[in-house]
Design a protein around this ligand. Structure first.
Ligand SMILES: Cc1cc2nc3c(=O)[nH]c(=O)nc-3n(C[C@H](O)[C@H](O)[C@H](O)COP(=O)(O)OP(=O)(O)OC[C@H]3O[C@@H](n4cnc5c(N)ncnc54)[C@H](O)[C@@H]3O)c2cc1C
Length: 324
């Protein structure tokens, strides 16, 4: 049965969810305060890997599904996805993360694969997503499936500015803090510096033993994204030259070819973070059906397609139950 659905949010979560709903035959309108290129999703690096998000028993199946879909998209020119190889390294001994079991080619680093001072690491391949390109791909695919995008800031999920008969799917990222409202949701600011590519092809993520100042190198075709930061409760998305210089310095110490790279762009986003990702249905105060899909923190790109499938199931179940 076809259902009219309003998806709030045009980041990676909103667009993947809207695509799957539209491709399942529903009539989909996306309403978003900011267009895709102005979202946190456009800031992500973005390497598949569902770090630090809960609940793990739901996260791992979402991640496995998304890994599969992104792997297939890597074969589509224009999707912005490629399967890249690289290393995750640490100075101290650590257990590989639970999600690394989903990878087909994880191997411990040999000593010549480790940067000076690093003693442990593993080498693997995973989807690496050029987000501005990918978001354009997602929007085009949504429109090809009949979906639309309207730029509008909502002040309530209770159908303000939307069709009262529609199911509302809330993919508003950090915006859910005020829109739901949800005081358990908070921002973890992430800062990325985009530089010219001096010829890198492999990604590198290093354990800095510091939860705020991260170290990641994500090469795309003509540019490299250098990360980063994870600053809880910081809302400011403005440029900060001191933070950018520290990021470039950290990365260039591991990859000296970056020392002379030119800064092209600063990208700053707010990871929507809470104790557990929220994917569930509820009735709003006015009785309409709202399906939440937010709180993906630093892993939205790694989980989006899996969460979208769950939303499609929730919409189908609700449509059958109510005969909407
Ligand atoms: C520096 C950085 C690096 C990252 N790296 C990775 C990575 O390597 N891998 C990975 O998987 N993830 C990564 N992430 C995390 C990932 O970017 C997020 O999990 C993801 O972008 C969240 O997507 P979203 O669609 O929920 O939110 P957003 O992209 O923020 O989109 C939210 C949408 O909701 C809309 N909205 C909000 N409020 C309203 C309102 N009141 N009315 C209407 N619309 C509204 C917004 O306008 C926007 O369109 C990174 C994040 C950062 C910041």
């Amino acid at each position: 049965m076809s259902q009219r659905v309003v998806v709030v949010g045009a980041g990676v979560i909103g667009l993947t969810t809207a695509i799957r709903l539209a491709e399942a035959g529903h009539g989909v309108e996306v309403v978003a305060a900011e267009p895709p290129q102005a979202t946190t999703s456009a800031v992500a690096g973005a390497l598949w890997g569902p770090w630090l998000v809960e609940p793990r028993e739901r996260v791992l199946p979402w991640a496995a599904h998304t890994l599969r879909v992104l792997g297939e998209l890597a074969d589509h020119p224009g999707s912005g996805v490629r399967v890249a190889t690289g290393v995750e390294v640490s100075r101290v001994s650590y257990d590989p993360p639970d999600w690394s079991g989903l990878l087909s080619d994880r191997t411990p680093c040999t000593s010549d694969e480790l940067p000076p001072g690093y003693r442990h690491g593993f080498r693997y391949s995973a989807p690496l997503v050029d987000m501005p390109v990918h978001l354009n791909y997602l929007l085009s695919r949504l429109q090809a499936a009949g979906g639309t995008l309207t730029i509008q800031r909502l002040t309530s999920l209770d159908q303000e500015g939307t069709d009262p008969q529609a199911v509302v799917v809330n993919c508003s990222g950090i915006g859910a803090r005020h829109l739901v409202p949800d005081v358990d949701l908070f921002p973890v600011r992430g800062y990325h510096v985009v530089v010219t590519n001096p010829g890198l092809t492999e990604f590198l993520e290093a354990d800095t033993e510091d939860p705020v100042d991260l170290l990641a190198i994500y090469p795309h075709r003509d540019h490299v994204i250098l990360g980063g930061t994870a600053e809880p409760e910081v809302w400011d998305r403005g440029r900060d030259d001191a933070i950018a210089a520290a990021i470039v310095d950290r990365c260039a110490r591991l990859e000296p070819r970056l020392a002379k790279a030119t800064i092209i762009e600063h990208r700053v986003g707010l990871r929507p973070t809470r104790a557990a990702i929220r994917v569930e249905a509820e009735r709003s105060a006015l009785g309409s059906l709202v399906i939440h899909n937010y709180g993906h923190s630093g892993a939205g790109v790694s989980l989006g397609w899996g969460c979208a499938e769950e939303v499609v199931s929730l919409v189908s179940a609700a449509t059958r139950a109510t005969g909407f």
